[in-house]
Design a protein around this ligand. Structure first.
Ligand code: ZN
Length: 317
């Protein structure tokens, strides 16, 4: 470390030569001055060193240093954000495609059955025997074991491929998209008083999300048994029984979103609408109807979610 020692010819900029033992560190630019009288306008007090020298930093230097520090900090923050985005992209890129997921989900469904008690519960909800069969509902025990292993690349499958990540007993519900392909598995937890009646099976802890490869939340699409009479597409909250029943009761295709969060799946909703229109040969006159919950009026979050749906589907009624 090099020092400038101040003397009478080049006096200390802090005490203006009051003392003769002042010095400046040429690396840091800090001035070490023992004066107790000095109160220089251009310098900021930075504390005292172990020998009792007061340490002063030039204000201009200090500001430049702070500015550099701030820029460095911002660059570091940006670097962190870029890194996180890259990790997210890599995670999404590693996810199974929807046709691949559908195949693995059906391998799982083939190993499981629906109990009579659960069938009765579904009937009591107004779901017909045919709908129960076609929906491929299954009964699961907590951490459901599989008799033959499936790939752990499907979210919700344990890393060994031999069990499911369901923390409760319940009814296993495969969620269909507009092509009838299963995107992910959910469980209807029938425990009385449970907070989450429906939850997705997820391996997100090891980086395998149940999200769509686009990063959006999966939606559910249920088509009616018979081709609909009028070009109407409905929307409901939920991915499970509610959109299924709405579709069969009203006789129209229904798109469901978990918690009514349509804003989390704009691309998936647009793709589903396009697919439904093409399926039935519908044109621009297709109508969109929202089947809002009774609770939607009082629940602010749901109201916001519905207004987001209005942004995706502008002529919603
Ligand atoms: Zn001095």
């Amino acid at each position: 470390m090099d020092w400038i020692r101040f003397n009478r010819r080049t006096p200390c900029p802090v005490c203006q030569g009051e003392r003769s033992d002042c010095r400046q560190n040429t690396t840091t630019g800090l001035v070490y001055c023992r004066s107790h009288e000095a109160n220089p306008v251009d310098y900021l007090y930075r504390g005292q060193d172990t020998w009792g020298f007061n340490i002063w930093a030039n204000k201009a230097d200090a500001e430049e240093w702070a500015q550099q520090n701030r820029q460095e900090w911002q660059r570091e923050q940006q670097r962190q954000r870029d890194l996180e985005q890259q990790q997210q992209r890599e995670q999404l890129n590693a996810l199974l495609s929807i046709p691949e997921r559908d195949k693995v989900i059906r391998e799982i469904l083939d190993q499981l059955t629906l109990s009579d008690a659960h069938r009765e519960i579904l009937r009591n909800r107004g779901i017909s025997d045919r709908e129960i069969e076609e929906s491929n509902y299954r009964s699961v025990k907590q951490w459901q074991k599989l008799s033959s292993p499936v790939t752990n690349e499907l979210s919700g499958v344990k890393y060994d491929g031999l069990s499911l990540i369901n923390h409760t007993d319940g009814i296993l519900i495969p969620i269909p998209n507009e092509e009838g392909l299963y995107t992910h598995l959910r469980v209807n937890d029938l425990t009385p008083g449970t907070e989450n009646k429906y939850y997705p099976l997820s391996s997100s802890k090891r980086g395998v999300k149940y999200h769509l490869p686009s990063g959006e939340q999966p939606i559910a699409v249920y088509l009616p048994q018979e081709a609909p009479q009028k070009p109407i597409i409905g929307f409901t909250e939920g991915l499970e029984y509610k959109p299924l029943l709405a579709s069969s009761n009203v006789g129209i295709p229904i798109i469901g979103a978990s918690g009514g969060n349509f804003g989390s799946s704009p691309g998936a909703i647009e793709a589903a609408i396009a697919s439904i229109k093409e399926r039935y040969g519908w044109d621009e006159n297709t109508q969109f109807i929202l089947y809002a919950d009774a609770g939607a009026i009082i629940n602010g979050n749901v109201a916001i979610a519905y207004s987001k749906l209005g942004e995706i589907v502008p002529d919603l009624t």
